[in-house]
Ligand binder design. Structure first.
Ligand SMILES: [Zn+2]
Length: 278
């Protein structure tokens, strides 16, 4: 599932192609994409609009179309792809096609079909973001003070607390595991058991893991591709994610896989002890 670095990579590729361009036509081929909105109503709302900016909030892409907000969430397997000619070599799983006024095309492909598109007013967008999303983890608002408040007295496992989008918008399974390894925190510990120095380390580790992911243009595991078709490179540099039985990069102990918060979770038992290091 694309997380913040993957969605940010998509945003950075779409931005120069789309900003200032008019959406000459919008064709939604799968009504599930816009549920509960009528796909024809979404086509009509988007067609003719000019793209003012391409933004990201958490794992959401937001296209600002001069008062109309086009919100897209890739969920499991959604992907944008671009073509300068307006036609796509491979149209399998294409759920929507947008033609731009310069002849380029932007397609939306989704094998599992969990991705969503919506058209929202500014007020609707604000409501969704303020009720569902915490601070951007690469912004100043995500700091020790914030995480201390969020984790205080929490019995939730620290990984579950990190995956909660109201803690930090955009962190998912991969980058949570990588950050907890970097910070030396066991993923199944109670969030409220972290001391100040561990929280400081975790803030830095979350930022570091996401920044590295963006620099590597995301991680390609199964379906994720950038809009230009290229794979990310972050998967080659995972410290623990998906590396069960392989040596830890720090201590050469073996990476172990467990389940935490219902998710496959990789960690190093020696670098990430079950209690605060004394
Ligand atoms: Zn280790």
């Amino acid at each position: 599932m694309p997380e913040l670095p993957e969605v940010e990579t998509v945003r950075r590729q779409l931005e120069p192609l789309m900003v200032g361009r008019r959406l000459a036509s919008v064709s939604i081929r799968d009504s599930r994409l816009t549920r509960p909105l009528d796909p024809h109503a979404v086509e009509a709302a988007l067609t003719g609009c000019t793209v003012g900016s391409v933004n990201r909030r958490g794992k959401y892409l937001v296209f600002d179309l001069d008062g109309v907000n086009w919100l897209a969430h890739l969920r499991m397997t959604g992907a944008f792809l671009t073509t300068s000619t307006g036609t796509f070599d491979d149209s399998r799983h294409l759920r929507a096609v947008v033609q731009l006024d310069d002849g380029a095309g932007v397609g939306y492909r989704d094998v599992r079909r969990f991705g969503t598109w919506a058209v929202l007013t500014d007020q609707e967008l604000d409501y969704i973001f303020t009720t569902h999303l915490g601070p951007e983890p690469l912004s100043d608002a995500f700091d020790q003070a914030w995480l201390s408040v969020r984790f205080a007295r929490s019995g939730a496992r620290v990984k579950a607390a990190l995956l909660d989008q109201t803690t930090a918008a955009g962190v998912g399974n991969i980058y949570a595991d990588e950050a907890l390894w970097q910070a030396g925190v066991h993923p199944a510990r109670a969030a409220g058991s972290l001391d100040d120095s561990e929280i400081v380390a975790l803030v830095a580790a979350v930022r570091g893991a996401l920044t590295k992911g963006i620099e590597r243009q995301g991680a390609t595991l199964r379906d994720y591709r950038a809009p230009d078709g290229a794979s990310g490179a972050m998967q080659d540099e995972f410290a623990v994610y998906g590396r069960e039985g392989e040596p830890c990069n720090r201590c050469s102990g073996l990476v172990t896989k467990i389940r935490v918060a219902g998710r496959g979770t990789w960690f190093c038992p020696s670098c990430q002890p079950t209690s605060v290091r004394s």
